[in-house]
Structure formats: structure tokens, C-alpha cells
Ligand binder design. Structure first.
Ligand code: MTE
Ligand code: MO
Length: 327
């Protein structure tokens, strides 16, 4: 099989990032596909189509409804430029739709109509919200946040949504509630694509969690949009968690359930490998990941110059003034 592929200027090199997990190694996975003889049919999902075609398809996935919100002045500036929308929207982690960064196309299979988020567990006012309810109950705002993946790449993203503490105030956790657990959408027919039937069983659905005090922190945010639009599916529409002082994997996408619980909940990556993905997962330049340093990061900025910009990693990703007292 020959794949002729001319890289376009807006494409980000994937080869020089360190993968989230050794369990999900791309090369090993591709080999498995080739052996199974189904590599060719999957190539479009892996982003190996002709450049222009991909470019217009990608733009279409980002063309979600406009969403306007006032920028919160407290979170309106960071020390680096905002990442181009087209770059952020083509370079994602969303393992339900594949293990490469090019899942934007496969993620369009996510069925988001009539979305409901169940807020349950140790709360006085459990409630199931649809998207309209959420927008009526919680005024939205825009926040520019740094974003840092544990794989040592980073972006700056303008999110639109509401602080998690507003949800806490609405549902009133009981005294027993000490943690919260976020559960992502999962349907083995849709989200577990061709990939996982070949791989080992992973602890689906994707789940993440926080201590209640972390959830109540000013920074903790639910995003329903970014870049002035409703969230594109590849970013975890219709609602995902954004926790800018923690590594990106803490920010569960496409949340269907928010569960207030007594004990620290099991989470997806922590269950796969607790040494590589600790529950707290605060961005920390002095604590290397077992397989790579966290002292610096590769910042994905703006086209057409797509060279990684190397930056020193900041403690708590630069948000120490808000969160250091929690630890
Ligand atoms: N449900 C779900 N949420 C997820 C992930 C995932 O695979 N599934 N990946 C996480 C990781 S590792 C990162 S870095 C961010 C990526 O968010 P982005 O693609 O919007 O930049 O989403 C996080 N949330
Ligand atoms: Mo990540």
C-alpha cells in the first residue's frame, strides 16, 4: 500500500510528542492493523487524506453555532498568544475515537442531540439538565486559559462556559460528599471504534474526578463552547471539564454524569497506570513523568509557523495564585 501525503502548512507534526500511554502506542497499533489487513480502510480516520479535502472538512467540523459570552476580565490574558482555532481543532486527544491526534473526523460520530447531564449522588437537589436548562441556570462567560497536556504539548484556548462552583451551589452537596466524578459519553457501538476491538480492554467509560475543594475553586470550569462557538465534537461537545492547573487528561469530555461521592473515585488513566497518571495531576515542572521530563513544553501557537515553541513549564501551569493553597 502506498500513501502519498503532502503535509500542509496547517498540519502539526505528531511524531515528536510523547504519547499519553505506552499502552496506546501508535506504531504498535498500526502494525496490528496492517496484520489484520484493514489498514487501508482506516487511513481516512487517521488523517491521511489529501490536504485540501481535509482542510475544508476540518473547517466544517468547527463551524458550530455561534455562542456569545462576555469575557471574564480576571481570565482574559495569559503570557502567550491564543492558539489558532484550526490548530486546536485538528490536534486532539479523544481516545474513544482513536489513539492518534487526528480524531476530529471520527469524533463527528458522537450523537449530541437531546444531550442530558445527570447530576447525582450525595447532593440535596439532584437534577438532570439538558443544554437549555444549563444555559438558563448558569450564566456563561469567556475565559482564556492555558492548556497543558501531560504529553508536554500546550495551547491557549478561549473557553465559554460557567464555573463549576455555580453547579455546586445549585445542587448543594451534602456533608458526606468529598469528591466528584465526571463520566463521559460511552456507547460501545459508537465510541469504541475499530481500534479497541483490536486492543486490550480499557476501563470505559472515560471517567475523571476531583476533590470537592478543587471543584469549588474559581478556576474549575465547565465549557460548552470555545472560540465564540458551541464546542466542536472533537473538543468534547456538548460539555466538558476544563481544569487549567492540571494536566489535560483531568478534563473529561462529553460529560453525561456528574456524581458526588464520598471516596476518591477510580478514573480512566489512573486505573490504566497509577504511576504515570496520578489522581491529583497538577502541572509540575519539577516532577517528571516516568517516561519524560515536564520541565518544558511545546507550545502550539499560530500558523503558518507551526514549529513547536519550547516554553518552560510553569508550576500549576501558571495558576499558583489561585490553587497553591489547596495543596
Ligand atoms: N472522554 C475523554 N475526555 C478526554 C480525553 C479522552 O480521551 N476522552 N482526553 C483527555 C486528554 S489526555 C486531553 S490532553 C484533553 C484534550 O482536549 P482537546 O482535544 O480539546 O485539546 O482532553 C481530555 N479529555
Ligand atoms: Mo493529555
Amino acid at each position: 500500500m502506498t500513501i502519498i501525503r503532502v503535509p500542509k502548512s496547517w498540519e502539526i507534526p505528531e511524531r515528536d510528542v510523547t504519547p499519553e500511554s505506552a499502552y496506546l502506542n501508535r506504531r504498535r497499533f498500526l502494525k496490528t492493523l496492517m496484520r489484520a489487513g484493514i489498514g487501508a480502510s482506516l487511513m481516512p480516520i487517521l488523517g491521511c487524506e489529501k490536504g485540501e479535502e481535509v482542510n475544508s472538512k476540518l473547517a466544517a467540523t468547527l463551524d458550530t453555532a455561534n455562542l456569545e459570552a462576555k469575557r471574564n476580565p480576571a481570565f482574559s490574558e495569559v503570557d502567550r498568544p491564543t492558539t489558532d482555532r484550526i490548530l486546536a481543532g485538528q490536534y486532539n486527544n479523544y481516545y474513544e475515537f482513536g489513539m492518534t491526534k487526528s480524531i476530529w473526523q471520527a469524533a463527528q460520530a458522537l450523537p449530541t442531540e437531546d444531550w442530558k447531564v445527570e447530576v447525582t449522588g450525595l447532593v440535596k437537589n439532584p437534577r438532570t439538565y439538558d443544554l437549555d436548562d444549563l444555559q438558563k441556570a448558569f450564566p456563561i462567560e469567556e475565559r482564556i486559559y492555558r492548556f497543558r497536556c501531560v504529553e508536554a504539548w500546550s495551547m491557549v484556548i478561549p473557553w465559554i462556559g460557567f464555573p463549576m462552583k455555580s453547579l455546586i451551589a445549585a445542587v448543594e452537596p451534602t456533608d458526606k460528599a468529598k469528591f466528584v466524578r465526571f463520566i463521559s459519553y460511552y456507547d460501545s457501538k459508537i465510541t469504541v471504534g475499530p481500534f479497541w476491538t483490536l486492543g486490550q480492554k480499557l476501563p470505559w467509560p472515560y471517567t475523571e474526578g476531583l476533590r470537592l475543594e478543587e471543584m469549588a475553586n474559581d478556576l474549575a470550569f465547565f465549557a460548552i463552547g470555545n472560540y465564540g462557538h458551541l464546542l466542536p465534537k472533537q473538543h468534547g461537545s456538548p460539555i466538558r471539564a476544563v481544569l487549567p492547573w492540571k494536566y489535560g487528561f483531568k478534563g473529561a469530555k462529553s460529560i453525561v454524569k456528574v456524581d458526588f461521592v464520598e471516596a476518591q473515585p477510580a478514573t480512566f488513566w489512573n486505573t490504566i497506570d497509577s504511576h504515570e497518571y496520578d489522581f491529583e495531576a497538577n502541572v509540575n515542572p519539577t516532577k517528571p513523568h516516568p517516561r519524560w521530563s515536564q520541565a518544558t513544553e511545546k507550545f502550539i501557537s499560530q500558523g503558518p509557523d507551526l514549529k513547536w515553541k519550547k516554553r518552560p513549564t510553569l508550576p500549576y501551569n501558571g495558576y499558583g495564585e489561585y490553587v497553591a493553597s489547596l495543596y
